[in-house]
Design a protein. Structure first.
Length: 169
């Protein structure tokens, strides 16, 4: 059962990511990306990493997607084409992906392969994970934090109004 759920989630993540990169409407692309990130979070949970799955949902599907939507609104990106067809035709793929992810979530909750065995021996508590992350991989964490800082400065520069750019330049 776990193998079938894994392949369903993997195909959902691939299809949603493909839809994300082919959409011209930036809001639709973000919605497809959120679907893909939820599928990847369920894959992490299925593979025995519930903490990483929770972070996937909280950080990527939550915070980063809100940031993307904020940038889309700030830059006033408009769709390049008018939607064609009925509203249900445009939203059918999103609903299909969402229903697949919801079905897999319910299946994982109903038939959790690890629930009967208890906590596995390879389970890392948040304390052990944090210690490993900030002791053994401290340099990698610092590099990623600098990349996020550069991205924030770049977003600020791109989002400035033209008047401010002329005064600064």
């Amino acid at each position: 059962m776990a193998t079938i759920i894994f392949y369903i989630l993997a195909m959902t993540a691939l299809a949603a990511t493909g839809m994300c990169i082919t959409r011209r409407n930036p809001v639709h692309a973000v919605i497809y990306l959120v679907n893909s990130l939820f599928a990847v979070a369920l894959i992490f949970y299925l593979l025995g990493a519930p903490l990483v799955a929770a972070w996937e949902v909280i950080i990527y599907a939550g915070a980063v997607m809100v940031l993307f939507l904020f940038i889309i609104m700030m830059l006033e990106l408009a769709p390049t084409e008018q939607p064609q067809g009925a509203g249900w035709r445009r939203w059918a793929p999103v609903l299909l992906f969402s229903l697949i992810i919801l079905g897999c979530t319910v299946a994982l909750m109903a038939v959790d392969p690890d629930a009967a065995e208890g906590v596995p021996t390879y389970y890392a508590s948040p304390r052990i994970f944090g210690y490993t992350l900030f002791q053994e991989y401290a340099l990698a964490v610092q590099i990623v934090s600098f990349q996020l800082l550069y991205a924030a400065v770049g977003a600020y520069y791109v989002g400035r109004t033209p008047r401010r750019r002329q005064e600064a330049g």
